[in-house]
Design a protein around this ligand. Structure first.
Ligand SMILES: Cc1ncc(COP(=O)(O)O)c(C=O)c1O
Length: 427
């Protein structure tokens, strides 16, 4: 407990932590909690998918499409249905992509950059022709979203995020309402990366209805964790309201594009992804995609759809994931509580997703991550949760519990706690 320690007690505590740290170093640990990767036990759950299409399998999709040949830009019906479940969308409004939803996001942004965007009054000017393009970035957020914007030279406008979602204070409201160069916002609306929060119905309704100076303002709705619940109990499952229906109701039917993938359902990088939007946006996107590709990998679509043929099968599969990862989340939370209660830190206790977000006292995150690295534990870089890697408070660290086995995770978290305490005491 830091609370109530006088200077002498703090010094003694620091020496005790330094000794514990040296003992960790002597073990030559090599532990990694840097990225939100599933453990081998999780990807093993999907190995039967590899046998779904033997050499003598029927390769016809439900509409007769030969999945072993060209065609079907938007994807086969059963894969659109699977992605429709994950995206909370009508399969008719879904385009199925390859192994990465991030790729779909990049392409979506690139299309607006090169060709503008569909609106009620026609296609707008290509965003690349504007002097500046701005994008709202709720923080803490997902580092690759920021990297993507950086690649296009888009100005990132940082905004706060609380337990209900992005916070639209007066500064942000006025900016969006008056500045037509503000073209969009990143949203990870359910079990957000990294804070684990799920947007409230009010926030979803506000996003859909808010006044935007840019007619072609876009909500990039990256629902990467839509089916990634940690608990079987319905009372401990979050379900975000659908942005598509909210935008329709608010009279801005083309404002959103939704994204998801099976990266953390089957195999990261070797799954299928999907994009959903208004029927008119989908037509507009397909007209441009038509010059880019004849279609994504339909054999993989077929394997996925036959492996996970119904929403019930998908949920049953995700429950198996939860059984593997929930004890890891419980382990991280237990050690945080045991070690760091009373140390001026906080963290979230999510009902799903892949991360726990730790917030230490200001000025301690970089030092904690550095000490952990030198102690044999690799964490996500401090600052990664903010645009340009700059967390102004130097306080936030994303903890990714899924990859290490439970015994290694326990050890890594003890090292983490020791480093966090040293950083706090040294400050
Ligand atoms: C919010 C979010 N979006 C997208 C991705 C990457 O998705 P994909 O593997 O489909 O490209 C991740 C991976 O961690 C993520 O956390």
């Amino acid at each position: 407990m830091l609370d109530g320690m006088d200077a002498n007690a703090r010094n003694e505590e620091l020496m005790a932590q330094q000794e514990a740290y040296r003992a960790f170093q002597a073990q030559n640990l090599k532990l990694n909690m840097a990225r939100g990767k599933p453990a081998a036990a999780q990807t093993d759950l999907s190995r039967p998918l590899l046998d779904v299409l033997g050499h003598d399998a029927d390769l016809a999709a439900s509409d007769g499409t030969d999945c072993g040949n060209y065609g079907c830009l938007e994807g086969i019906p059963e894969a659109r249905a699977l992605m429709g479940t994950m995206l909370d969308a009508d399969p008719a409004d879904v385009i199925v992509g390859g192994g990465s939803s991030l790729n779909l996001m990049y392409d979506a942004l690139a299309r607006h950059w090169m060709f503008g965007a569909h609106t009620e009054s026609g296609t707008t000017a290509p965003w690349s022709t504007l002097d500046e393009v701005k994008w709202l970035c709720p923080v803490p957020g997902y580092d690759r979203h920021f990297t993507l914007l950086e690649a296009f030279g888009i100005t990132m406008v940082t905004m706060e995020q609380d337990e209900n979602g992005p916070v639209f204070d007066d500064r942000i409201r006025e900016l969006v309402a008056n500045d037509p160069t503000v073209k969009g916002i990143w949203c990870v609306p359910q079990y957000s990366n990294p804070t684990g929060i799920t947007y409230s119905d009010e926030v979803v309704a506000y996003l859909a209805s808010m006044t935007c100076a840019a007619e072609d303002f876009r909500i990039f709705w990256d629902n990467a964790y839509s089916v990634h619940h940690l608990y079987d109990d319905e009372g401990k499952r979050d379900h975000v309201a659908d942005i598509g229906r909210a935008c329709d109701k608010a009279g801005h039917p083309h404002r959103f594009v939704k994204f998801a993938s099976t990266s953390k359902v089957t195999f990261p990088g070797a799954g299928i992804s999907g994009l959903a939007s208004s029927p008119e946006n989908i037509d507009w996107i397909k007209a441009r995609m038509n010059a880019q590709t004849i279609g994504a990998d339909k054999l993989n679509q077929l394997r996925h759809a036959r492996f996970l043929p119904t929403p019930e099968a998908l949920d049953a599969h995700m429950r198996k994931h939860a059984r593997i990862i929930e004890p890891k989340f419980a382990c991280v939370l237990r050690i945080l509580r045991e070690e760091l209660d009373g140390w001026g830190c906080s963290w979230n206790e999510p009902n799903g997703g892949y991360f726990i977000c730790y917030t230490g006292p200001a000025g301690t995150a970089k030092r904690t991550v550095q000490l952990a690295k030198e102690g044999g534990v690799v964490l996500t870089q401090a600052g990664a949760t903010h645009p340009h890697g700059n967390d102004p408070d130097d306080a936030v660290i994303r903890i990714a519990p899924t990859l290490p086995p439970l015994d290694e995770l326990e050890q890594a978290m003890r090292v983490f706690a020791c480093c966090a305490k040293m950083a706090i005491l040294q400050r």
